[in-house]
Write a protein that binds this ligand. Sequence first.
Ligand code: CP
Length: 308
Amino acid sequence: MRHFISVNQLTVEEIYSILETAEAYRNQKVTLNNQLFAANIFFEPSTRTKMSFIVAQKKLGMEVLDFHSESSSVRKGESLYDTAKTFESIGSNLLIIRHQSDSWFEELDSRISIPVINAGAGKEEHPTQCMLDLMTIHQEYGSINGLKVVIVGDIKHSRVARSNALALHRLGAEVYLSAAPGFEDEELDFPYISIDQAVEICDVVMLLRIQHERHLHKAESTDYLELYGLTKERERKMKNHAIILHPAPINRGVEIDTDLVECCRSRIFKQMENGVYVRMAIMMNVLNEWGIIDENNFKEYKALAVNR
Ligand code: CP
């Protein structure tokens, strides 16, 4: 049985199936017919991921167990494994985990007997963010194959960059990276281009926040926006149909001019909206694989995507 830790574990067909299911859930009421508990265990701050998981869980009719590490027994030294095992013991059917470690999942892996969904692992992976980004791009263009996509910003410290670059490449996109000196990541084998080149050739400009919390030294120049970010002048050079993505939270005036955050090319708030539906689809898939939800219940909702 599989936990959902990386988009890499999905086949291309499975990725598209989740995107289609998520689209179907936008307009359909989908409620599970058995009582299920989902625990949201976040060791790092989150607004979008945590809240959209909660909305997704409530839309599916699940009971939501909230967890605040600062007021939990983690403060007494309890480990991630013991925290997860506790939720399993008290009847949680699903764990959603975000943790600052790149490899927190290794501590749980085969020792946990309920499904786990990765809501962010250090600077390594953010697979549900990646899936909502893919959904937003797919909505725009109807296909991902052949698109030119540039990921711009603090590549070195970004789990969003890593998840997206690999998944977009597998889906046939031409992936480029653009970063200020020191923000490049040698482990990602994609061509680097300047932001000025990027805006002229790319269909999707995916901006990233500078991940100050993962830096050993403060590394932001006061003219970052002018040198490496999306200014209004650069936006005017983008292709007519090109769109702007950003996982948020946004450093307004740093990686993007504040006036562009809600401009007509921006899909930033659409990404957040899509996050609810893609997380519903991912949770349903995982619960179905584990045999936790009623098979007929799952098939009924799967049919929504097919008959859309
Ligand atoms: N995009 C994203 O992961 O946002 P949060 O940190 O607010 O969850």
